[in-house]
Design a protein around this ligand. Structure first.
Ligand code: RUB
Length: 325
């Protein structure tokens, strides 16, 4: 192939499309798939010269980066792998990139298991946990609690519009946890029966705000009012380094078709072309730190207001976008 024309491998493009369409979803799973895709790009690259190889990897990373804006685990994963792209020859670069991607995936799995053990310590035998969306980090806490011999029950919010709560319900039933599935609007009523709210995070900002599936903030405010503690399970890859320098987290707006079909729209509007109906579908919202009791990470649990200390330790003050070079 022509070294001047960086080609993105079709499987990398397919992964990017799967992430955009949410066939691959959830922050940790997206990060894992992105690292895997960069390894695939490295393995299959036909580049003859080191500079061309590096350029290809950057273009592949950019293709993946542009799929979903809110989950910071995606750029964090891409940065991690690209930083490990060391070597003088194409062969050295290839081996280093693949090894780095594998290391990332191993550490991701290890971090999730470690935070599960921390999260389990917050749960007591017989506790009832209310969940929102589907978070593998949150699930890890419940798995660890079961391994610790605790009996846990779950109230699972279905999580409109995509109903990721059904994934949570399925996984919890596989683990043998009794599940009560509720519509989102019933959450406040059922908080009286819950001992904890347990959610994941797509990003955590330097001030301790938690960015997670739309509906998390309302749930957290209601939980505070009902006196139910809110636990956020989030590996440190969910920490958003750019927020240390004042950047805000972009909230993804998703397609209207997730909320309303063509027929329903016509039912409402009568089918006029300029029908005056706007549908908004934000994927995520921001829960202020005062509504969060603990952020549970693989480094231990933190009050949200102190998370910036951990961010500085892990990321330094700046980060950068290596795929733009
Ligand atoms: C998923 C979501 C999850 C976080 C954490 O949103 O908000 O709570 O991504 O998940 P979507 P995990 O379904 O739009 O991707 O703990 O698995 O990283």
């Amino acid at each position: 192939m022509d070294d001047r024309q960086p080609d993105v491998d079709p499987d990398v493009v397919a992964t990017a499309e799967d992430i955009a369409a949410m066939r691959i979803r959830g922050a940790a799973t997206i990060a894992d798939a992105a690292a895997e895709a960069l390894a695939t790009q490295a393995e299959r690259s036909q580049a003859k010269r080191p500079a061309a190889f590096q350029r290809q990897l950057r273009v592949a990373a950019k293709t993946l980066y542009e799929t979903r804006p809110t989950a910071v685990s995606l750029p964090n994963a891409l940065r991690y792998v690209l930083r490990g792209m060391d070597g003088e020859t194409v062969a050295e670069l290839r081996d280093a990139t693949i090894a780095r991607a594998e290391e990332f995936q191993r550490e991701l799995a290890q971090a999730q298991a470690s935070l599960g053990a921390v999260g389990s310590n917050r749960l007591r035998d017989g506790d009832v946990v209310m969940t929102h969306c589907h978070s593998t980090d949150a699930l890890s806490c419940l798995e660890a609690a079961l391994e610790d011999g605790k009996e846990i029950e779950a109230i699972v919010k279905e999580t409109r519009p995509r109903k990721q709560g059904h994934i949570t319900a399925r996984r919890l039933r596989e683990l043998g946890i009794p599940v009560t599935l509720i519509v989102d609007n019933a959450a406040r009523r059922y908080l009286d029966e819950a001992d904890h709210v347990l959610v994941g995070a797509d990003s955590i900002a330097a001030d301790g705000s938690v960015i997670n599936k739309i509906g998390t903030s309302g749930l957290a405010v209601n939980a505070r009012e009902r006196g139910v503690p809110v636990m956020v399970a989030a590996q440190t890859i969910k920490l958003h380094p750019d927020t240390m320098t004042g950047h805000t987290v972009e909230i993804e707006m998703r397609a209207e078709s997730e909320v309303i079909g063509d027929e329903e729209r016509t039912d409402i509007t009568g089918g006029a072309s300029d029908d005056g109906l706007t549908v908004e579908n934000p994927g995520f919202d921001v829960t202020p730190p005062r509504y969060v009791d603990a952020i549970v990470t693989e480094r231990g649990q933190f009050p949200p207001e102190s998370i910036v200390t951990l961010m500085r330790e892990l990321f330094g003050e700046t980060t950068g976008d290596p795929w733009e070079q």
